[in-house]
Write a protein that binds this ligand. Structure first.
Ligand code: GLA
Length: 693
């Protein structure tokens, strides 16, 4: 459609909305999609239209009810500037709808067409070596470019006018795996303006970044560089942190650039999301997710192995972005194509994977992709049908999963994950440790996993949230390696403990402030007074050290902090034994009760066995309800809670069949519909059990 016609339609729509004074309501012919959705990325633009019916029939036979389309189709949707062709996409969406398949529409801005970057080369990103990107791959655009944003608005507006009230379109994915940045002059200027807004004066910036160090003092905003290369010498820590924060804010405004166009046109039923990449860390997702409605992420395991701990943590991270159920927007059918050895999931593991997703709060799981493009960069990636258009060996397993999701959708509808325990996840802290690791063996995500694994086993659900989140709902909050504690976070944590919460800090906590500057108080900085103790010195360890106390006798490794107590109310829970000389006999874990709450500092890194004991102690002293469903090793149990029922999902990741004895009679929702006292799970087996609440 020509731009003029579309603009007229938009104007008419805007008048209608203004007259009614509200967003358009959902169309009356809209049927709610099923509560649990299985689907696939589908690229109708890559195939003759005569083929679509066969594809959609095969999807329907696999009980798929979802497709994501359009996210790379810009050159087909706008073949030349201002000449739009959306008719084919509308036909594809409507045809899918007739097969009971709902659509998430991807905005196509991850792949600008050749005519666009040829005419406006300034929208191409410039990498860290000063090279401007070229056409032919994806994500070649500059996320801060005003021209790129203007061009994006045009195509997105066309899509919104056409699909904003389409009954089959249930949501929008903005762009695709946003991630790349640019170091061009325009971006640098924006960054300098951003710094001026943040710091006000160069005097303040110079002081807060300690630029007297290495003669970095700036006398003009235009002198401030974009930090380019990694490593210890990569730049002043304040500059590095500001640059990542600028990146995050710029991604936020990048998303808003599109959602601000879509929202006033689309009816209220259509959600806004983008697909993230787990623990990807180059921007702060709490900043970007704040402008979206639904968290969605892309879940891949190139070695073909499902790691329930790391995969579970990534789900829980996504759930924490919006504090509600999330989507898996992409997952592999069998295998990927981008690692060194792209091993397939074992037979049965695709099903285990999907149920693991749902167990952690996913309401939709979408495969990438339906069928390989015959040409294009990803010819080897796993699919559901082959290049010949017929099912691959995995297809029957997907059919089974689809059938189960249809069957169990009503059981899991309106159920959510409810946790008494939270882990705090801080991008600033991860960045600060990444830039000055001190020991490459200390990995903040591993540190999180050390707590997550035993806690998740004991309580069947753990939230992962921002340190700025409302913590009042949690009995126990653990802040692994919270290296950067801003004034706002300190206030939040202190208020939490004073209101009766139980806070646990782990090594490297409270060392730095909002500028990534060292705090003038010893760790944990603003929490030291509340703790009644502090860190005297930190040490990276080459060899293990002994830790001793009533609770346990064990080795600790990687990192150890010598703690001290300054209040009679602060108890030494564990001490270092004979170790590296500096630590001998010094406190390793200290804890103070404060009213009904407590604050604990764990100064070192424990192994798996010790962590089970330590977390058991933490759970007990926080009065957390321990899950009644005790499952054998290798089985993961999760609970989703509804108004009148609890639904337990068990997945067997062990390499042998197991029998799970249930603490009470539960209804076997998946296989027999009968009440059971125990359930046998084969390798990769799944059970869904319910009980009244
Ligand atoms: C990412 C992308 C997809 C596809 C898959 C392949 O998640 O979003 O377009 O490239 O990887 O694994």
């Amino acid at each position: 459609m020509a731009r003029a016609t579309s603009a007229l339609l938009l104007a008419l729509l805007a008048v209608t909305i203004a007259v009614r004074g509200q967003k358009p309501a959902a169309p009356s012919n809209q049927q709610a999609p099923p509560p649990l959705l299985l689907g696939s990325a589908w690229y109708p633009e890559q195939w003759p239209e005569e083929r679509w019916e066969a594809d959609l029939t095969l999807m329907e036979k696999a009980h798929l009810h979802l497709v994501r389309v359009g996210e790379f189709a810009w050159s087909t949707l706008e073949p030349s500037e201002g000449k739009f062709d959306l008719d084919w996409l509308e036909r594809a969406v409507n045809l899918a709808g007739q097969h009971g398949i709902y659509t998430v529409l991807g905005t196509p801005t991850a792949t600008p067409p050749a005519w666009l970057t040829e005419k406006y080369p300034e929208v191409l990103r410039v990498d860290e070596n000063g090279h401007r990107d070229e056409h032919g791959n994806r994500l070649q655009y500059n996320w801060s470019s005003p021209k790129y944003r203007a061009l994006s608005r045009e195509i997105v507006r066309e899509l919104a006018v056409r699909f904003g009230r389409n009954p089959y379109v249930i949501g929008w994915q903005i762009d695709n795996e946003i991630s790349q940045t640019s170091t061009d002059d325009g971006t640098r200027q924006q960054f300098q303006d951003w710094l001026r807004r943040r710091y006000g004066t160069l005097t303040a910036l110079n002081a807060r970044w300690t630029t007297a160090y290495w003669s970095e003092t700036y006398t003009d905003w235009s002198q401030i560089p974009i930090p380019k290369h990694g490593g210890v010498d990569s730049g002043n820590p304040g500059l590095l942190l500001s640059w990542r924060e600028f990146i995050s804010d710029t991604w936020r405004s990048y998303l808003l650039n599109q959602t601000d166009v879509i929202r006033p046109i689309a009816d209220s039923r259509q959600f806004m999301t983008t697909n993230t990449m787990g623990f990807f860390q180059y921007y702060d997702h709490y900043v970007t997710e704040s402008v979206l409605d639904l968290a969605a992420w892309d879940d891949y395991m190139p070695d073909g192995k499902i790691d329930p701990v790391f995969n579970g943590m990534a789900h829980d991270l996504a759930r924490g972005f919006k504090h509600k159920n999330f989507w898996v927007m992409e997952t592999q059918p069998g295998f990927v194509n981008w690692s060194n050895v792209n091993v397939p999931l074992r037979p049965g593991d695709e099903r285990a994977l999907v149920w693991h997703d749902i167990a952690h709060g996913a309401d939709a799981v979408n495969f990438w992709q339906w069928r390989s493009a015959l040409n294009g960069q990803e010819q080897y990636h796993g699919t559901l049908i082959g290049p010949d258009g017929t099912p691959v060996p995995l297809y029957p397993e997907v059919q089974q999963i689809g059938k189960e999701l249809e069957q169990l959708g009503p059981v899991l509808a309106d159920t959510h994950v409810v946790s008494e325990v939270a882990l705090l996840h801080s991008y600033e802290s991860r960045w600060a440790i990444e830039w000055q690791p001190q020991s490459v063996k200390f990995d903040p995500i591993q540190e999180m996993a050390r707590y997550y694994a035993p806690l998740r086993r004991s309580v069947e659900s753990v939230d992962i949230v921002s340190p700025e989140a409302d913590l009042s709902r949690y009995k126990l909050v653990i802040a692994p390696a919270l290296n950067v504690i801003t004034a706002k976070v300190a206030e939040n944590l202190i208020a939490y403990v004073k209101a009766g919460g139980n806070l646990v800090l782990t090594p490297r906590s409270g060392m730095k402030d909002e500028d990534n500057s060292l705090r003038v108080e010893r760790q944990p900085g603003p929490l030291s007074a509340l703790l009644g103790g502090r860190v005297e010195q930190f040490y990276a360890l080459a060899a293990p050290v002994v830790v001793d106390g009533d609770m346990l006798h064990t080795d600790a490794s990687i990192w150890a902090e010598e703690l001290s107590v300054s209040s009679p109310e602060t108890k030494v829970i564990l001490r270092y034994g004979k170790s590296n000389g500096w630590l001998d006999g010094k406190p390793a874990v200290i804890s103070r009760r404060i009213g009904r709450g407590s604050i604990t500092y764990v100064g070192t890194v424990f192994d798996e066995t010790a962590m089970r004991t330590l977390t058991g102690w933490l759970l007990a002293q926080s009065h957390v309800t321990v899950a009644p469903l005790l499952v054998p090793d290798g089985v993961e149990a999760s609970t989703r809670v509804g108004k009148d029922r609890m639904v337990h999902i068990l997945v067997n990741f062990a390499d042998k069949e197991v029998t799970v004895h249930l603490p009470s009679t539960m209804k076997d929702e998946m296989y027999t519909g009968h009440n059971v006292q125990q359930i046998v799970l084969p390798v990769s087996g799944v059970a869904v059990l319910s009980e009244p609440r």
